[in-house]
Each structure stands twice: as structure tokens, then as C-alpha cells.
Design a protein around this ligand. Structure first.
Ligand code: C2O
Ligand code: CU
Ligand code: CU
Length: 432
């Protein structure tokens, strides 16, 4: 950080060596690390990133969840940076940008899953103006990958891409099963990113008191006691953990995200339980932490007039021609960067019914504008949360409202199973 209000940095996307579980692995990474550097910002800040492409394929950069312009050299998903070239991004966060945990990753259509699976991801923290009183804050970036016999990141075959690839190794901050030490009674804030390409994380930390402060950019008025938290790919959780003596394991429990229903014979996984990290609580007991102050209620779009309603239908179907494969579509169309699928009026509030006709879950993500999740499968949420990735259960639906404030320009919405996005389950939205 060179001075207040401006963060400038250079990101080099390149292949490199790293140690994973005692093995030397060749992965991709930003600035030689896995994950990339954490960017810490405040509302109203300007962020300038000079991205150098040291890969052998095109890439670009997306700041997932940030409410910034989609145009020019801000969060423009249509930028393409050739191997060896650089691009200067310049983002301005509005003064009222919501605090929270966001992340960055490449977004070059067709290569997103390969590049994120390879190791290109990092966290962005937009600091709280009034931080919660905690002993410490931890950032846990969860990703997965598979290494082949020579320590390289394995490539995914056709069936794996259609199901959505899941890595054999599930990493926390680039490490296998790290140990986290806490003193009894201490309260910590854990900010967790699901940076996996396709894996859902049904997180549990048995034996410890866990409270949820919020998901994605959304925050609750008061922390909610939770036994588990489900993060679809792309989602983030903001947790408070109050430590009790003993050893606990942060686990990802099996989650059934459906299958291709016999269409291709493949099955989606996330079925095995994984130990992500070991928490050891020992030492002298800490004094009890103070009560978390109540947060002001978030904007509630249920109280605002809706300007337009539309339905987006996510489908998987047998592709035409020899060689088969599946089509991954939204409203019957595969992604085409040259087509605008949805045009919205700047300043309007829209209601979108998101319907999933397929036998697999799809996590729906919209860039730039967060969504308020009113209902899932027709069941209304009592205090509808703000999220930027909303899970659409297999043969289910979700209803969201979106306020198209602040920005005009073109961006995208897509399935955040990044293999599905690369296979075409993405559309273009233009705000005028
Ligand atoms: Cu995290 Cu368009 O993606
Ligand atoms: Cu995004
Ligand atoms: Cu999908």
C-alpha cells in the first residue's frame, strides 16, 4: 500500500514449484505462491493491478464479487492477455462498497477451470469500518487439485469436465491439513473462500462454537449459531469460532450435488469426507470476548418496486453430432461473447427466477451486482441474504432480486462450476 486510498501491485501469473504434502509440485500461481497475495482494501479505495501473463495460454483477471465497473480496464471479463503480454487493471470501489471477503481468479472463457485448478486464485479483503473484537483473524482459502506421477497438475478428461472436476487433494492456503493453534476461550474470525473448481464444501467444526457473520458480501444483523455451512464453488463464509479445549477437525462432509442422470454415465462427486485442518486448543484460558455489536439491517429489495421480471433456465442436454457430449446452456444458448442475452436498465430492480432443469446442482453467479436470495425451491428465506453465488439445486430453482445500481456496461453471469462455464453455461448481461 503506497498511500491511503490506493493499492498498486504487480501480479505475475506463471508456472512454478511448490511443496504440497512433502512433494514437489509444479503448479500455476500468482507471484510464485499458492494462493496469490491477499489484497486488503477499504471502501472508496482505488486498486491498480498490473498483470503479467507468464503462462503459455491467454489469461485475464476477475475480481469476484467486487461491486466495481465492468467496463474498460476495470472488471472487464472480455479482456484477453496473450502469453508474454501485460495488462493494467484499474478499479475504483464506491464509498459505500460492502466490507467482506472477495477473491480474484482468471476468467478467459474456455480456460478458467484449468487455470484456477492449476493454482491461480487469491483473496481480497474489504476491511470492516468497525471490526469485530477477535483474538485474531484467519483467512482460509480452500482449493483442490490432483497431481500426476511427476508432480504436475493433472488435466481433466471430457467426462470429468462435464461432471465438474474435483481434485484428489483439498488444500487450505496451499497446504494439506495444516494445524491451527488457539487458546481456550479465544474468539477468532475465519474468512473462508471456496476456490475449488467444482467441489461443494459442507463445512463442520464439531466441538467448537461456530457462528456465521455472513456469506459472500452479505452480513447478518447478529451472528447466527450454525452446525454447518455449505459453500458452493465461489461462495465465502465469514465465521466466528470461540475455542473450547481439545482438538477439533475442520471437515468437509459429503454433499450430493447430483449426477448427469445416466446421460453420460458420469456421477458428480463431493461424496467423500475430507479433513481440511486440525485445530488444537490448549494453553491458558483467555478472557471472554465482548458481545458482537448489532449491524444495521441490510437493504431489503422485498420492500422495493420491481421494474422487470425474467426467467433464466439452466440446462444440460445431449449435444448434437458424432462425439456427443453435453450442451450446457442458459435459455437454450451456449455462451457467445458477441451476443447480449439480457439487457437491463441502470437503476432498476429486477426479479430473476433461476430454474435448473438438470439432474445436477449449478451454482449461479452474477458479476458486479450482488443478488438478494428470496427463495430456493419455492421456500422463502426469512431474512433474505445477499450473495453473489446462489445454488440452484438439481431440478430446482431460486428466486433473486438485483438492484442494477451504479454501473453500466457488459458483463456475465454463469455457473460457477468452472468446467460448466467453460463448456458454455454463461450469458452476457448489459446494463444501459
Ligand atoms: Cu468467480 Cu465469473 O467468477
Ligand atoms: Cu465473479
Ligand atoms: Cu453447472
Amino acid at each position: 500500500r503506497s498511500r491511503a486510498g490506493l493499492l498498486e501491485l504487480r501480479l505475475d501469473a506463471a508456472a512454478g514449484r511448490t511443496q504440497i504434502g512433502g512433494r514437489t509440485a509444479t503448479t500455476l500461481g500468482y507471484n510464485g505462491g499458492l494462493p496469490g497475495p491477499t489484497l486488503r482494501l477499504r471502501a472508496g479505495d482505488r486498486l491498480r493491478v498490473s498483470l503479467r501473463n507468464g503462462l503459455t495460454d491467454p489469461t485475464n483477471l476477475h475480481v469476484h464479487g467486487l461491486h466495481v465497473s465492468p467496463e474498460g480496464n476495470a472488471d472487464n471479463p472480455f479482456v484477453m492477455i496473450d502469453p508474454g503480454a501485460s495488462f493494467d487493471y484499474d478499479y475504483l470501489l464506491p464509498q459505500d462498497h460492502p466490507p467482506g471477503l472477495y477473491w480474484y481468479h482468471p476468467h478467459h472463457h474456455g480456460l478458467v477451470a484449468d487455470q484456477v485448478f492449476g493454482g491461480l486464485y487469491g483473496a481480497i479483503v474489504v476491511e470492516d469500518p468497525d471490526p469485530v473484537d477477535v483474538a485474531r483473524e484467519r483467512l482460509l482459502i480452500i482449493s483442490d487439485l490432483t497431481l500426476d506421477g511427476s508432480g504436475r497438475v493433472a488435466s481433466a478428461g471430457r467426462a470429468e469436465r462435464m461432471a465438474g472436476r474435483e481434485g484428489e487433494l483439498v488444500l487450505v492456503n496451499g497446504q494439506l491439513n495444516p494445524t491451527l493453534g488457539i487458546r481456550p476461550g479465544e474468539r477468532e474470525r475465519w474468512r473462508i473462500v471456496n476456490a475449488c473448481v467444482s467441489r461443494y464444501l459442507r463445512l463442520r467444526l464439531d466441538g467448537q462454537a461456530v457462528q456465521l457473520l455472513g456469506l459472500d458480501s452479505g452480513r447478518f444483523e447478529t451472528p447466527q449459531d450454525v452446525a454447518e455451512v455449505l459453500l458452493a464453488p465461489g461462495n465465502r463464509a465469514d465465521l466466528l469460532v470461540t475455542a473450547a479445549e481439545g482438538t477439533a477437525v475442520l471437515r468437509a462432509l459429503p454433499y450430493d450435488r447430483g449426477s448427469m442422470g445416466g446421460m453420460m454415465g458420469g456421477t458428480a462427486r463431493s461424496t467423500a469426507e475430507v479433513s481440511l485442518a486440525t485445530v488444537t486448543v490448549s494453553g491458558e484460558a483467555a478472557a471472554a470476548a465482548s458481545v458482537v455489536p448489532r449491524r444495521p439491517a441490510a437493504r431489503d429489495l422485498r420492500a422495493e418496486p420491481v421494474t422487470a421480471r425474467r426467467e433464466l433456465i439452466l440446462s444440460m442436454g445431449m449435444g448434437g453430432g458424432m462425439g456427443g457430449g453435453m450442451n450446457f446452456t442458459i435459455n437454450g444458448e451456449s455462451f457467445d461473447a458477441g451476443r447480449v442475452d439480457t439487457t437491463v436498465q441502470g437503476g432498476s430492480v429486477e426479479e430473476w427466477l433461476l430454474t435448473n432443469t438438470s439432474p445436477m446442482d449449478h451454482p449461479f453467479h452474477l458479476h458486479v451486482w450482488p443478488m438478494q436470495l428470496l427463495e430456493t425451491n419455492g421456500r422463502a428465506a426469512d431474512s433474505p441474504p445477499w450473495q453473489d453465488v446462489v445454488n440452484l439445486p438439481a431440478r430446482g430453482s431460486a428466486r433473486v432480486r438485483i438492484a442494477f445500481d451504479d454501473f453500466t456496461g457488459r458483463t456475465v453471469y454463469h455457473c460457477h462450476i468452472l468446467d460448466h462455464e467453460d463448456l458454455g453455461m454463461m450469458g452476457v448481461v448489459e446494463a444501459r
